[in-house]
Each structure stands twice: as structure tokens, then as C-alpha cells.
Design a protein around this ligand. Structure first.
Ligand SMILES: Cc1cc2nc3c(=O)[nH]c(=O)nc-3n(C[C@H](O)[C@H](O)[C@H](O)COP(=O)(O)O)c2cc1C
Length: 355
């Protein structure tokens, strides 16, 4: 498959505009998601053997360590296909309370020679209600082969001082369908969003969402959902430490490190395109951030590591730094759709998970 992807599919896709290619793939995978016999058969073939040891994190069991990062399946149209491709979890979104078109196109760019992408999508998505309706027709938490995370962000039109209400609307609409929720305050493409990573604003946002979670518990048969925060790689050590203190104080369930970078180094120094860079250029930085999180929290905060994972070694480095699970997106564009399966198998072998 890797040979077929690299020599046939990839050259074809790479002739297309990146977003157009993306839409074609989402369309095909959404067909696969709805195919009754083929999808489960592929899942049985591509997932680790049933008897393998699951990975436990924030109260959930994952069949393997590798997930699909947010941004690929923004609208929950094709996530079941990723179970069939061997991924151990999928994170959909970012979903916002209000449907929105995102930034003008073009807004996604490839840099194959650096195995990097740049995007300034701007949270283009169908909105929380429509995504919730789509999820309602499918098996829910606990009935799926792999956990489903839902990543929520701020609607572009919501001013910063109404961000809490905006996130709360998405939380209420989507929590029933999520195995875990991610609060995204780290996309570089929504004006002012990253300001929500700062002290009091972050504390208020997260404590309100934690309170919302407790409200769920009080309802008959209610369950709380693990809540994770997704951070940027462009934080200073001081900023990161402040965030970690808030997460520890609020007993948040975990952290995703990291989103795309705004930094322009090396070959990107003179690049005149706005947006966040992902893939290889963010790999080392995100691993350093994971290591600092693990050190500062003495391993108490579960970490999902993301940023430039393109091989078993790059994934292993994030786990060695302190991540329990990893996620990837850009690597799959360059290496093919079975990259998640390949890395999951390699990690499972090295950790002795295979029974
Ligand atoms: C085209 C594109 C769109 C993305 N959209 C989102 C998004 O909506 N929400 C989010 O939290 N992260 C988003 N991301 C960031 C990824 O989830 C991931 O954190 C980042 O790309 C680093 O991982 P990678 O190097 O494996 O791609 C996006 C990334 C790309 C390349």
C-alpha cells in the first residue's frame, strides 16, 4: 500500500490543489465509512489483534497508541474509515458553535521537500448542531471500535469576552457524542484565539467547562467526559508553566501538545504566507514541549503528543518524552493512509502489547 500510495496515488493527488485533494479523500473515506461489510473487515485486518493490551488514558481504553489529529475530519463525515485504516482513535473538528466558511481560499499549502503543510483554514465547519445531528445516527461512546474525540473552538464572530458562552454552546451540543472533548485555544487562524491560552481567561474558560461537565453528572444516568486542552508549540516556558498550573488546579484530564507553529525558521524564514506550519518543522519543538509538560507535572497529566510524526521513531520520541498517546495528520499526506497502522504496530511490538 505504501508503494502504491507513494508511486501512484500521491503523484496524482499532489497535482491537485491541496484542499481539492483533501475534499476528494474525505468524500471517498465517507463512502468507506458507510460500507457495511468492507469497513469492518478492513478494521479487523488493520487493527492490532483483539487480544492486544489496550492503552488506558483519562479513563478510556484505546486499542493502540496512534490517533488521527484534529482538522482532517472537521465535520464528522469520515471518521469511521480511520478505524478501518488501523488508527486507535480519531479526533474530529475543530467544531464551532456557529457554522462558518473559514478563510478565503487558497488556505492550505504543501512543502513536500520539507514534509510540511501550511494552513490557515480558519475553522471552516458545519457548526455544532449539524455535526451533532450527524453523530446522532451513528454508534455513540462506548459502542465504537475506537474512541472519538471532539475538538471545539471559538466561532469567529464571538468576541473574546463571549468566548465562554460560545464554547459552552458547543460543549452542550456535542458532549453526548464524544468519548473525550478537546478545548482548542491554539489555532493560529482565528483572530485572538491564542489569547485564550493566557492566565485568567484560560482559567475561566476551563473552569466553566468543567462545571458544565459536573452538571452532566448530576443528571439521571449522567456521565462526565474527559476534557483536554490543546496548546500551541509557540509558548514560552513561563507561559507553558502557567497553563500547566491551571490544568493541575482544575484537575483537567489531559493535554494535547501541539498544534501548528507560527514560527518561521530555516527554509521558511522568508515565507510570506500566513498560517500554521505542521509536519517535520514542528517535530522537535513539540517533543520538547511534551518533555517539559511531563517534567513540570511529574507525569501527572496525561499527554497526547502531536507534531511531525511521520515514522515509528518520531512517534517513539514523543512517547519517550512523556506522551501516552500520539496523533498525526501531515505525515499521512506524505507517507500514506496506513501510516497510523504501521506506527501503531511498531509501538505495540516495542512495548510488548501484542499477545
Ligand atoms: C490542514 C490542517 C488543518 C488543521 N485543522 C485543525 C483544527 O481544526 N483543529 C486543531 O486543533 N488542529 C488542527 N490542525 C493541527 C493538527 O491537528 C496537528 O495538531 C498539527 O498539524 C501537528 O500535527 P502534524 O504535524 O502531524 O500535522 C490542522 C492541521 C492541518 C495540517
Amino acid at each position: 500500500m505504501s508503494f502504491f500510495y507513494k508511486n501512484i496515488l500521491k503523484p496524482l493527488f499532489f497535482r491537485l490543489d491541496p484542499e481539492h485533494a483533501h475534499e476528494l479523500v474525505v468524500g471517498s473515506l465517507s463512502l468507506l465509512s458507510k460500507t457495511p461489510l468492507i469497513r469492518p473487515a478492513m478494521a479487523a485486518f488493520n487493527q492490532l489483534p483483539q487480544a492486544s493490551k489496550p492503552i488506558e488514558a483519562f479513563g478510556l481504553k484505546f486499542p493502540n497508541r496512534v490517533g488521527l489529529a484534529a482538522g482532517f475530519d472537521k465535520n464528522a463525515k469520515c471518521w469511521p474509515a480511520f478505524e478501518a485504516l488501523g488508527f486507535g482513535h480519531v479526533e474530529i473538528g475543530t467544531v464551532t458553535a456557529l457554522a462558518q466558511p473559514g478563510n478565503p481560499k487558497p488556505r492550505m499549502f504543501r512543502f513536500p521537500e520539507h514534509e510540511a503543510l501550511l494552513n490557515r483554514m480558519g475553522f471552516n465547519n458545519d457548526g455544532a448542531l449539524e455535526v451533532a445531528q450527524r453523530l446522532e445516527t451513528l454508534p455513540g461512546p462506548g459502542q465504537r471500535g475506537i474512541p472519538l474525540g471532539i475538538n471545539i473552538g471559538k466561532s469567529k464572530v464571538a468576541p473574546l469576552d463571549q468566548a465562554v458562552e460560545d464554547y459552552r454552546t458547543s460543549f452542550r451540543a456535542l458532549a453526548d457524542y464524544a468519548d473525550y472533548l478537546v478545548v482548542n485555544v491554539s489555532s493560529p487562524n482565528t483572530p485572538d484565539l491564542r489569547k485564550l491560552q493566557e492566565g485568567d481567561r484560560l482559567r475561566e474558560l476551563l473552569s466553566e467547562l468543567c462545571r458544565e461537565n459536573e452538571v452532566r453528572l448530576e443528571k439521571a444516568g449522567g456521565v462526565r467526559r474527559p476534557i483536554l486542552l490543546k496548546i500551541a508549540p509557540d509558548l514560552s516556558e513561563g507561559e507553558l508553566d502557567d497553563i500547566l498550573q491551571i490544568l493541575i488546579d482544575l484537575k483537567l484530564d489531559g493535554i494535547i501538545a501541539t498544534n501548528t507553529t507560527m514560527s518561521r525558521e530555516g527554509p521558511f524564514k522568508d515565507l510570506n504566507e500566513a498560517g500554521g506550519i505542521s509536519g517535520m518543522p514542528v517535530c522537535v519543538k513539540s517533543t520538547e514541549i511534551i518533555a517539559r509538560i511531563a517534567k513540570q507535572t511529574e507525569g501527572r497529566l496525561p499527554i497526547i503528543g502531536a507534531g511531525g510524526i511521520s515514522s515509528p521513531d518520531t512517534a517513539q520520541a514523543k512517547i519517550d518524552a512523556g506522551a501516552t498517546l500520539v496523533q498525526l495528520y501531515s505525515g499521512m499526506i506524505f507517507e500514506g493512509p496506513l501510516l497510523g497502522k504501521r506506527i501503531a504496530r511498531s509501538l505495540a511490538t516495542s512495548f510488548g502489547d501484542l499477545q
